[in-house]
Ligand binder design. Structure first.
Ligand code: F6P
Length: 359
């Protein structure tokens, strides 16, 4: 049996722990393991395919990033190719990918990725490739699994930042608006905002009214709380408005959202008269050592993915349905993206504690 492992899309703390667990459990079954570099680029002659031995995965479980590297511009069905005139044309290179995999004697692929990579995994499976998926998302926006590795680490990074902002905001009587990741889902903002005791939390699932945000800050000021912390998900948007786009996306890349914390901060300062600063936490949330929770979950996912391969669960992904790791069809997970339920107890508890969602 020869399997290959690929990591695609944005990285997440815990990827290396999945790779290590999958490699060791596969080798312990007597299988051969290859690593496809940079998403599926290694299978399209755009990068390498490397042997993954026990030595190759030694000492990596605690490291952020991915030893296989990754890309969010590597969809083999829409692969961007630079033309001689400088323009970019997207090509379907999936047949080439499958042929190269066959030539390398790859019997099955473990594809670790978010909704984009899982969609690709499903399409490759439909074309005859034996694929098992492992959900990866720091945003916690993949359905069918209670959570994925990387989310807990990102939330902890955000909480640590909020704690630090609290002390400086309080000493200066300032408002600080901190933007966290979450293009479409507000889980990082909600979890870190509530655990970090933010005063306002803005998420894509609850469109905000900036006047309500300012009211909350002014009310705190009147009550003698002269500072406030606002945590905003990058994909949040005002009632009747749209998300803020940041910069240009490269060909083959999803639209980039964010950068709204600065205009929100300006508006808060204008309306309340309170000195307001902003901070984009950005990719700090994606880097560094995975938490113990994420390392364990990633390790369980890696081991379960190899079991799923042994059981020929093609087109399935591993998922956490506490307390068990199960396998579910990838298409089931993709049917509906996971979003914050505005009636969830976490939202209700936050409201009951006096947190404003700006609505
Ligand atoms: O993994 C998803 C995500 O964390 C989004 O919240 C964010 O918009 C995106 O990644 C940014 O990724 P990149 O900067 O790598 O394009």
């Amino acid at each position: 049996m020869r399997i290959a492992i690929s990591t695609g899309g944005g990285d997440a703390p815990g990827l290396n722990a999945v790779i290590r667990a999958a490699v060791l459990t596969a080798i312990n079954r007597g299988w051969d393991v290859l690593g496809i570099k940079r998403g599926f680029a290694g299978l399209m002659g755009e990068d390498e395919v490397i042997p993954l031995t026990k030595d190759a995965v030694r000492g990596i479980a605690h490291l952020g990033g991915t030893i296989l590297r990754t890309t969010n511009r590597g969809n083999p069905f829409h692969y961007p190719r630079l033309q001689p005139d400088g323009s970019i044309v997207e090509e379907d290179r999936s047949d080439e990918l499958l042929a190269n995999a066959r030539q390398l004697g790859i019997d099955a692929v473990i594809s670790i990725g978010g909704d984009g990579s899982l969609t690709i995994a499903k399409l490759l499976c439909d074309k005859g490739m034996n694929v098992v998926g492992v959900p990866k998302t720091i945003d916690n926006d993949v359905s069918g699994t209670i959570t994925s590795f990387g989310f807990d680490t990102a939330v902890n990074t955000a909480i640590e930042a909020i704690d630090k902002l609290h002390t400086t905001a309080e000493s200066h009587d300032r408002v600080i608006v901190m933007e966290v990741m979450g293009r479409d889902a507000g889980f990082i903002a909600l979890y870190s905002g509530l655990a970090g005791t933010a005063d306002v939390i803005l998420i894509p699932e609850i469109p905000y009214d900036i006047a309500k945000v300012c009211e909350k800050i002014a009310a705190r000021d009147r009550a003698g709380r002269h500072f406030s912390i606002v945590v905003v998900a990058e994909g949040a948007f005002p009632k009747g408005g749209t998300v803020t786009l940041i910069g240009e996306s490269l060909p083959g890349q999803a639209r980039r959202v964010g950068g709204l914390c600065e205009p929100i901060a300006r508006e808060i300062q204008r309306v309340t008269g309170k000195e307001t600063r902003s901070l984009v936490l950005g990719h700090l949330q994606r880097g560094g050592m995975p938490t113990g929770y994420d390392r364990l979950l990633a390790t369980r996912f890696g081991g379960a993915a190899v079991r799923a391969v042994a059981e020929q669960k093609w087109g399935h992904m591993v998922a956490l349905q506490s307390p068990h790791i199960v396998t579910i069809p990838i298409e089931e997970a993709l049917k509906q993206p996971k979003r914050v339920d505005p009636n969830h107890d976490i939202v209700r508890t936050a409201r009951e504690l006096g947190v404003s969602f700006g609505d």
